[in-house]
Design a protein around this ligand. Structure first.
Ligand code: BES
Ligand code: MN
Ligand code: ZN
Length: 496
């Protein structure tokens, strides 16, 4: 989709659909007022007929108002003007977009000149117009023989902010578009089935995506190369699978040559059967989503690369398939990680931490400024948080608070759990340095404790996105979270 800032008078705007805002109790926004006056009070008449009250998210599509250049005018309810904030704005915005998508309009104009939110400035609002439009545009079709109808809407413009701000707002719009596209990439990779989206597929996807791209280098390590590095833990997960594991490394040099990078590390289990500790059958298809950490890393990297962010970032994706077979790792097996620590694999279904620990050790060679791993790691995170927030655990309070802030700002929230030393004894083993499970209690925390054994001396945070990365039931599908959070976090690190 294309986006533009166009500070025109609403009544003269050349567009297939003009969106104007009406507040609670039929109070017209300044631009709605202009349209109303120019069109013989057509809007006021509609409001007195009581068909539209202006409550938040309400929409009414009016065709061919005499005196208005646009063939369609969409009234958008924004509720109480004084209470309009980021969340309520998004709700209204999404309803407006859905209504426009249902028409044949090829372009639409949002008359938002005087729209002010309680808790956000104009560039944020502008960014979210394009981000939400791209996000809502997404339809899965890759494995359907009948392709869904292509949406008519191709261009969105907005009158917003002041003339002096135009450059800033155009940049914000492009940023929102890039984030929206990143979210959609994450959704698409997540939704693809396990027989298509294999570790090799992910590796080739990354290579093709950034092939020949300035400032970007993609390296893919094979199992043989990983064996040479001593990644016995990661390799123990793919041992039962016929799909080769891959370590995908993406280096982006957007900042100064000698600046240390920030690092993202993604769990990329392209299907998690549980291995020999086999999962029960119900809903097991959803374990194709066990690579959503990896897909969110790819989507976020692409968002910052397309906007040419001034920052060095390295991404490491541990991609593998977890399968039972005659060659699979068995409960009780002991493996040696790249760090040298030995691990007793008490449950082969706790495989995410086994691939992540070697990826985290690998990333140390970059001496990263911060490391964030993103993983669909524990069912316990789903039980604790449902789908609303992602779990956050960290060994560094300033990093944790940066992530909490970025989550609030991007509306992609996280909630911190304690990573206290008291939990560490739960993963001790009689036969190895550590066990890969900590028993039935505090599952999200003991999983993070395991990872913390590999991140000493790093400024590190762990995001457990098991509940937030996809939806189940009739709305089943990947959400693209936490791409918005990660890109917001990385953007916030540029100034530092
Ligand atoms: N990928 C799963 C976690 C998961 C389960 C995410 C259900 C979303 C929904 C992970 O590999 C796993 O199986 N974790 C186990 C760990 C346990 C064996 C300690 C779990 O949470 O049950
Ligand atoms: Mn598992
Ligand atoms: Zn898993």
């Amino acid at each position: 989709m294309k986006f533009a800032i166009k500070n025109t008078s609403p009544i003269k705007t050349v567009t297939d659909c003009l969106v104007i805002v009406v507040f609670k109790n039929g109070i017209l926004s300044e631009e709605a007022e202009i349209v109303d006056r120019g069109c013989g009070k057509a809007i006021t008449k509609l409001l007195t007929n009581n068909d539209f009250s202006g409550k938040l998210g309400e929409t009414a599509l009016i065709q061919n108002i005499a005196g208005c250049r646009a063939p369609r005018v969409l009234l958008l309810g924004a509720g109480d003007r004084k209470e309009l904030n980021a969340k309520s704005f998004i709700k209204a915005m999404r309803n407006a977009l859905q209504t426009i998508f249902a028409t044949k309009a090829k372009n639409a104009h949002f008359a938002f000149s005087n729209l002010e939110l309680n808790d956000r400035k104009t560039p944020w609002v502008t960014m979210r117009i394009s981000q939400e439009a791209e996000d809502l545009c997404y339809v899965y079709s890759a494995t359907k023989s009948k392709k869904p109808a292509i949406k008519s809407l191709k261009t969105i413009s907005a009158s917003i902010g002041t003339r002096r701000q135009i450059k800033t707002l155009e940049t914000a719009m492009q940023k929102g578009k890039a984030i929206g596209n990143g979210i959609n990439q994450a959704k698409e990779l997540g939704n693809l089935p396990g027989n298509i989206c294999t570790p090799t597929y992910l590796a080739e996807y990354a290579q093709k995506l950034w092939k020949g791209k300035n400032k970007v280098k993609v390296k893919v390590l094979t199992e043989k190369q990983m064996r040479r590095l001593g990644m016995g833990s990661l390799l123990s997960v793919s041992a039962g699978s016929s799909e080769e594991a891959k370590l995908i490394v993406v280096e982006y040099q957007g900042g100064k040559k000698n600046d240390k990078p920030h690092a993202l590390v993604g769990k990329g289990i392209t299907f998690d059967t549980g291995g020999i500790s086999l999962k029960s059958g119900g809903g097991m298809d959803e374990m194709k989503y066990d690579m959503c950490g990896a897909s969110s890393v790819i989507g976020s990297m692409n968002a910052i690369i397309t906007t040419n962010l001034n920052l060095n970032v390295v991404a490491v994706i541990a991609a593998a398939e977890n399968m039972p077979s005659g060659r699979a790792t068995k409960p009780g097996d002991i493996v040696t990680s790249m760090s040298g620590q030995t691990i007793e694999v008490l449950n082969t279904d706790a495989e995410g931490r086994l691939v992540l620990c070697d990826a985290l050790t690998y990333v140390k060679r970059y001496k990263p400024k911060s490391v964030i791993d993103i993983a669909t790691l524990t069912g316990a995170a789903v039980a604790t948080f449902g789908s609303t927030v992602s779990a956050l655990l960290s060994n560094d309070e300033s990093l944790a608070s940066d992530l909490i802030n970025s989550g609030q700002k991007s509306l992609d929230p996280v909630w911190q759990l304690p990573l206290l030393d008291e939990y560490q004894s739960m993963i001790s083993s009689n036969f190895a340095d550590i066990a890969n499970i900590g028993g039935p209690r505090a599952g999200t925390i003991t999983a993070a404790c395991f990872l913390s054994r590999f991140t000493e001396n790093l400024k590190w945070a762990h995001l457990d996105i098991a509940g937030s990365a996809w939806r189940s039931g009739s709305e089943k599908g990947a959400t693209g979270r936490p791409v918005a959070l990660l890109t917001e976090y990385l953007c916030s690190q540029v100034a530092k």
